[in-house]
Design a protein around this ligand. Structure first.
Ligand SMILES: [Zn+2]
Ligand SMILES: [Zn+2]
Length: 247
Protein backbone atom coordinates (compact mmCIF):
# COMPACT_ATOMS: atom_id res chain seq x y z
CA UNK A 1 0.00 0.00 0.00
CA UNK A 2 1.41 3.34 -0.99
CA UNK A 3 0.92 6.56 0.98
CA UNK A 4 1.68 9.86 -0.76
CA UNK A 5 1.64 13.23 0.95
CA UNK A 6 0.16 15.78 -1.44
CA UNK A 7 -0.13 18.73 0.92
CA UNK A 8 1.83 19.01 4.16
CA UNK A 9 1.08 22.54 5.35
CA UNK A 10 -1.49 23.72 7.83
CA UNK A 11 -3.16 27.15 7.65
CA UNK A 12 -2.21 28.16 4.13
CA UNK A 13 -0.06 27.15 1.20
CA UNK A 14 3.26 28.84 0.49
CA UNK A 15 6.52 28.08 -1.33
CA UNK A 16 4.89 25.23 -3.23
CA UNK A 17 3.81 23.54 -0.04
CA UNK A 18 0.10 22.88 -0.26
CA UNK A 19 -2.38 22.34 2.58
CA UNK A 20 -3.50 19.02 4.07
CA UNK A 21 -4.04 16.13 1.70
CA UNK A 22 -2.80 12.52 1.75
CA UNK A 23 -3.40 9.82 -0.85
CA UNK A 24 -3.51 6.15 0.16
CA UNK A 25 -3.55 3.67 -2.69
CA UNK A 26 -4.97 0.37 -1.50
CA UNK A 27 -5.67 -2.68 -3.62
CA UNK A 28 -9.20 -1.78 -4.61
CA UNK A 29 -9.72 1.81 -3.56
CA UNK A 30 -8.03 5.15 -3.32
CA UNK A 31 -8.39 6.92 -0.01
CA UNK A 32 -7.74 10.59 0.46
CA UNK A 33 -7.35 12.20 3.88
CA UNK A 34 -8.58 15.79 3.81
CA UNK A 35 -9.27 18.06 0.90
CA UNK A 36 -6.69 20.80 1.29
CA UNK A 37 -5.08 22.52 -1.70
CA UNK A 38 -2.70 19.51 -1.97
CA UNK A 39 -5.44 17.72 -3.91
CA UNK A 40 -4.26 19.51 -7.06
CA UNK A 41 -0.93 17.67 -6.78
CA UNK A 42 -2.81 14.56 -7.90
CA UNK A 43 -2.35 15.96 -11.41
CA UNK A 44 1.43 15.72 -10.96
CA UNK A 45 1.69 12.08 -9.90
CA UNK A 46 0.79 8.73 -11.44
CA UNK A 47 -1.89 6.69 -9.78
CA UNK A 48 -4.54 4.22 -10.87
CA UNK A 49 -8.12 5.33 -11.31
CA UNK A 50 -10.23 3.65 -8.62
CA UNK A 51 -13.31 4.35 -6.61
CA UNK A 52 -12.25 7.11 -4.23
CA UNK A 53 -13.10 7.72 -0.58
CA UNK A 54 -12.22 11.12 0.83
CA UNK A 55 -12.25 11.46 4.63
CA UNK A 56 -12.57 14.96 6.06
CA UNK A 57 -11.26 15.68 9.57
CA UNK A 58 -13.02 19.02 10.05
CA UNK A 59 -14.03 22.09 8.10
CA UNK A 60 -11.15 24.51 8.68
CA UNK A 61 -10.29 25.85 5.26
CA UNK A 62 -6.81 24.29 5.08
CA UNK A 63 -8.65 20.93 5.06
CA UNK A 64 -11.47 21.68 2.61
CA UNK A 65 -10.32 24.43 0.25
CA UNK A 66 -9.60 21.70 -2.34
CA UNK A 67 -13.30 21.33 -3.13
CA UNK A 68 -12.66 24.24 -5.46
CA UNK A 69 -9.97 22.28 -7.35
CA UNK A 70 -11.74 18.94 -7.60
CA UNK A 71 -13.15 19.54 -11.03
CA UNK A 72 -9.67 20.02 -12.47
CA UNK A 73 -8.34 16.68 -11.22
CA UNK A 74 -8.15 14.04 -13.86
CA UNK A 75 -8.04 10.30 -13.24
CA UNK A 76 -10.43 10.23 -10.28
CA UNK A 77 -13.21 7.66 -10.26
CA UNK A 78 -16.50 8.12 -8.47
CA UNK A 79 -15.94 10.09 -5.30
CA UNK A 80 -17.41 9.45 -1.88
CA UNK A 81 -16.77 12.14 0.71
CA UNK A 82 -17.10 11.09 4.32
CA UNK A 83 -17.40 13.50 7.16
CA UNK A 84 -18.90 13.63 10.61
CA UNK A 85 -22.66 14.24 10.58
CA UNK A 86 -22.07 17.37 12.67
CA UNK A 87 -20.46 18.98 9.62
CA UNK A 88 -22.71 17.58 6.90
CA UNK A 89 -24.99 20.55 6.29
CA UNK A 90 -22.24 23.19 6.61
CA UNK A 91 -20.07 21.28 4.15
CA UNK A 92 -22.89 21.07 1.61
CA UNK A 93 -23.42 24.78 2.08
CA UNK A 94 -19.83 25.67 1.09
CA UNK A 95 -19.61 23.00 -1.61
CA UNK A 96 -22.18 24.96 -3.55
CA UNK A 97 -22.88 28.24 -5.27
CA UNK A 98 -21.94 31.06 -4.75
CA UNK A 99 -18.64 29.67 -3.34
CA UNK A 100 -17.84 27.04 -5.97
CA UNK A 101 -19.52 24.59 -8.30
CA UNK A 102 -22.24 22.58 -6.56
CA UNK A 103 -21.02 19.10 -5.58
CA UNK A 104 -23.59 17.30 -7.71
CA UNK A 105 -22.55 19.20 -10.86
CA UNK A 106 -19.01 17.83 -11.06
CA UNK A 107 -17.79 15.60 -13.88
CA UNK A 108 -17.18 12.81 -11.36
CA UNK A 109 -20.11 11.53 -9.39
CA UNK A 110 -19.72 12.91 -5.87
CA UNK A 111 -21.58 11.45 -2.94
CA UNK A 112 -21.41 13.00 0.51
CA UNK A 113 -21.76 10.42 3.28
CA UNK A 114 -22.10 11.52 6.91
CA UNK A 115 -20.97 9.25 9.74
CA UNK A 116 -20.92 9.34 13.50
CA UNK A 117 -18.83 7.41 15.99
CA UNK A 118 -21.54 4.78 16.56
CA UNK A 119 -23.17 4.28 13.19
CA UNK A 120 -20.93 2.98 10.43
CA UNK A 121 -21.84 4.07 6.92
CA UNK A 122 -22.41 1.39 4.34
CA UNK A 123 -19.06 1.58 2.51
CA UNK A 124 -16.47 -1.13 1.76
CA UNK A 125 -13.84 0.59 3.93
CA UNK A 126 -13.35 -0.58 7.49
CA UNK A 127 -12.62 2.36 9.76
CA UNK A 128 -13.24 3.86 13.19
CA UNK A 129 -13.32 7.52 14.10
CA UNK A 130 -12.89 9.47 17.32
CA UNK A 131 -13.21 13.11 18.27
CA UNK A 132 -9.93 14.93 18.84
CA UNK A 133 -9.25 18.10 20.83
CA UNK A 134 -9.24 21.11 18.57
CA UNK A 135 -10.72 24.62 18.52
CA UNK A 136 -13.58 23.19 16.46
CA UNK A 137 -13.88 19.41 16.74
CA UNK A 138 -11.56 17.52 14.45
CA UNK A 139 -12.10 13.80 13.87
CA UNK A 140 -9.28 11.28 13.75
CA UNK A 141 -9.46 8.00 11.86
CA UNK A 142 -8.10 4.48 12.00
CA UNK A 143 -8.33 2.36 8.85
CA UNK A 144 -8.00 -1.39 8.39
CA UNK A 145 -6.90 -1.87 4.79
CA UNK A 146 -5.19 -4.73 2.96
CA UNK A 147 -4.02 -6.27 6.26
CA UNK A 148 -2.50 -2.99 7.33
CA UNK A 149 -3.65 -0.47 9.93
CA UNK A 150 -3.17 3.21 9.37
CA UNK A 151 -4.33 6.22 11.38
CA UNK A 152 -4.78 9.85 10.44
CA UNK A 153 -5.00 12.40 13.26
CA UNK A 154 -4.62 16.04 12.47
CA UNK A 155 -5.45 19.28 14.26
CA UNK A 156 -5.45 18.18 17.87
CA UNK A 157 -3.84 18.65 21.23
CA UNK A 158 -2.53 15.60 23.03
CA UNK A 159 -5.50 13.47 24.06
CA UNK A 160 -6.37 9.87 24.80
CA UNK A 161 -8.29 9.45 21.54
CA UNK A 162 -5.15 10.34 19.60
CA UNK A 163 -3.26 7.55 21.36
CA UNK A 164 -6.17 5.12 20.96
CA UNK A 165 -6.36 5.70 17.21
CA UNK A 166 -2.58 5.37 16.76
CA UNK A 167 -2.30 2.24 18.86
CA UNK A 168 -1.45 -0.92 16.92
CA UNK A 169 -1.03 0.83 13.58
CA UNK A 170 1.61 0.22 10.92
CA UNK A 171 1.60 3.93 10.20
CA UNK A 172 0.33 6.88 12.21
CA UNK A 173 -0.03 10.18 10.40
CA UNK A 174 0.07 12.96 12.96
CA UNK A 175 0.09 16.72 12.78
CA UNK A 176 3.13 18.51 14.10
CA UNK A 177 3.96 22.17 14.17
CA UNK A 178 4.62 24.96 16.54
CA UNK A 179 6.47 25.01 19.81
CA UNK A 180 4.54 24.04 22.88
CA UNK A 181 2.21 26.84 23.86
CA UNK A 182 -0.28 27.01 26.68
CA UNK A 183 -3.28 27.93 24.61
CA UNK A 184 -2.73 25.78 21.61
CA UNK A 185 -4.88 23.36 19.70
CA UNK A 186 -1.98 21.72 17.91
CA UNK A 187 0.89 19.37 18.67
CA UNK A 188 4.51 20.34 18.94
CA UNK A 189 7.40 18.10 17.91
CA UNK A 190 8.58 18.04 21.53
CA UNK A 191 5.19 16.84 22.79
CA UNK A 192 5.16 14.05 20.21
CA UNK A 193 8.69 13.07 21.08
CA UNK A 194 8.02 13.07 24.83
CA UNK A 195 5.06 10.78 24.29
CA UNK A 196 6.51 8.58 21.55
CA UNK A 197 5.88 5.32 23.41
CA UNK A 198 2.21 6.10 23.98
CA UNK A 199 1.44 6.03 20.26
CA UNK A 200 2.20 2.29 20.12
CA UNK A 201 2.87 2.39 16.42
CA UNK A 202 5.70 1.35 14.10
CA UNK A 203 5.95 4.45 11.99
CA UNK A 204 4.95 8.06 12.56
CA UNK A 205 4.68 10.50 9.67
CA UNK A 206 4.56 14.13 10.73
CA UNK A 207 2.62 16.62 8.62
CA UNK A 208 0.56 19.87 8.76
CA UNK A 209 3.47 22.24 9.33
CA UNK A 210 3.00 25.93 9.95
CA UNK A 211 5.03 28.76 8.42
CA UNK A 212 8.71 27.94 9.01
CA UNK A 213 7.81 24.82 10.96
CA UNK A 214 9.12 22.36 8.43
CA UNK A 215 12.73 23.48 8.72
CA UNK A 216 12.50 24.14 12.44
CA UNK A 217 11.00 20.69 13.10
CA UNK A 218 13.77 19.17 11.02
CA UNK A 219 16.41 21.03 12.99
CA UNK A 220 14.83 20.09 16.30
CA UNK A 221 14.55 16.50 15.12
CA UNK A 222 18.22 16.21 14.22
CA UNK A 223 19.32 17.99 17.38
CA UNK A 224 17.29 15.57 19.41
CA UNK A 225 18.50 12.60 17.43
CA UNK A 226 22.04 13.57 18.38
CA UNK A 227 21.17 13.87 22.05
CA UNK A 228 19.01 10.81 22.50
CA UNK A 229 18.84 7.88 20.20
CA UNK A 230 15.22 7.83 19.13
CA UNK A 231 13.44 4.63 19.90
CA UNK A 232 14.61 2.18 17.27
CA UNK A 233 11.23 0.49 17.12
CA UNK A 234 9.54 3.63 15.86
CA UNK A 235 10.46 5.27 12.60
CA UNK A 236 9.76 8.95 12.38
CA UNK A 237 9.25 10.71 9.05
CA UNK A 238 9.07 14.44 8.50
CA UNK A 239 7.00 14.69 5.36
CA UNK A 240 6.90 17.24 2.60
CA UNK A 241 4.76 17.44 -0.54
CA UNK A 242 5.22 14.36 -2.79
CA UNK A 243 6.95 12.36 -0.05
CA UNK A 244 5.70 8.79 -0.24
CA UNK A 245 6.19 5.56 1.61
CA UNK A 246 5.05 1.98 1.30
CA UNK A 247 3.59 0.12 4.22
ZN1 LIG B 1 -5.34 22.57 9.94
ZN1 LIG C 1 -8.02 23.05 12.28
Amino acid sequence: MKVTFLGTNGWYNYDNHETSCVLVESKNYNLIFDLGSGIKNLNKIKFKKKQTFIFISHLHLDHVIGIHYLNSISNLGDINILLHKKYNSKFKEIFNKPYTLKYNNYKNKIKIIPFDEKKKPNIPINFTSKKLKHSDPSYGFKFFLDKRIISYCTDTKLCQNLFDLSSGTDLSIIECNQYKKKKNFHLSFEEINENLFKFKTRKIALTHFGPDDFSSVKQRYYKLKKEVDLNKNIKLFITKDFFSLKI
